[in-house]
Ligand binder design. Structure first.
Ligand SMILES: Cc1cc2nc3c(=O)[nH]c(=O)nc-3n(C[C@H](O)[C@H](O)[C@H](O)COP(=O)(O)O)c2cc1C
Length: 188
């Protein structure tokens, strides 16, 4: 990510390449202006946080993997979207593994007084559930994670009951995605 155009970073926590979450992300990306990076947590080579406490004493994270470039984009980007199927009323384990690496931003602030993220961001969530979803816990976790990276949560888009109505046929969710894209494109 570079230049002055608006930048959106999207975390996709679904394992399904043609699934509900991935469909809604594609809809969003088709309407977004500016640069977009999608981090697919099931495909990326990103270790979970090991609580080694490097970040209590030094800036950043010592695990040398793909997350290092994601950190740079988190710092630079304007918008962050966390998208996930609901698993047992939570975000998927794979997504939580990757996003556990956000802990270094918190520890750097708390123990070193270092604020790595200067630019505040706009944040949104996309959650898909097969049943009623009971997505409150997943939404709460998503909001907590957005806060860690200074992303102000403005909207959660739900596509629930996908067992009987897939996201591709969920007209309300598709319209909501269009509305979200308008907000995220606001400065262009
Ligand atoms: C391990 C597992 C746990 C799940 N738990 C829930 C749940 O708690 N609530 C719910 O509504 N759907 C649950 N589902 C269904 C998925 O959320 C649903 O099928 C979703 O649309 C899949 O999204 P995707 O196609 O983007 O992967 C679960 C599915 C799996 C595989």
């Amino acid at each position: 990510m570079g230049g002055d155009i608006i930048k959106t970073l999207i975390f996709n926590g679904s394992p399904r390449a043609n699934g509900d979450t991935t469909f809604l992300i594609s809809e969003l990306v088709s309407k977004l202006k500016g640069e977009v990076r999608i981090v697919n947590t099931y495909k990326s080579k990103i270790e979970p946080c090991s609580d080694c406490r490097y970040c209590w004493e030094k800036a950043g994270c010592c695990i040398d993997d793909e997350m290092q470039s994601v950190y740079k984009d988190i710092i630079k980007c304007d918008n962050i979207v966390i998208a996930s199927p609901v698993y047992f009323s939570e975000l998927t384990g794979s997504l939580l593994n990757v996003l556990s690496r956000l802990q270094c931003f918190y520890a750097n602030r708390r123990f070193l007084g270092i604020q790595q993220i200067i630019k505040e961001k706009t944040g949104a969530l996309i959650l898909c559930g097969g049943g009623d979803g009971e997505p409150d816990k997943a939404e709460e976790t998503g909001i907590t994670l957005l806060k860690m990276i200074r992303a102000r949560h403005i909207k959660t888009i739900f596509s629930l009951k996908t067992d009987t109505l897939s996201a591709k046929n969920d007209v309300k969710a598709i319209n909501d995605i269009a509305g979200l894209a308008d907000i995220l494109n606001r400065y262009l």
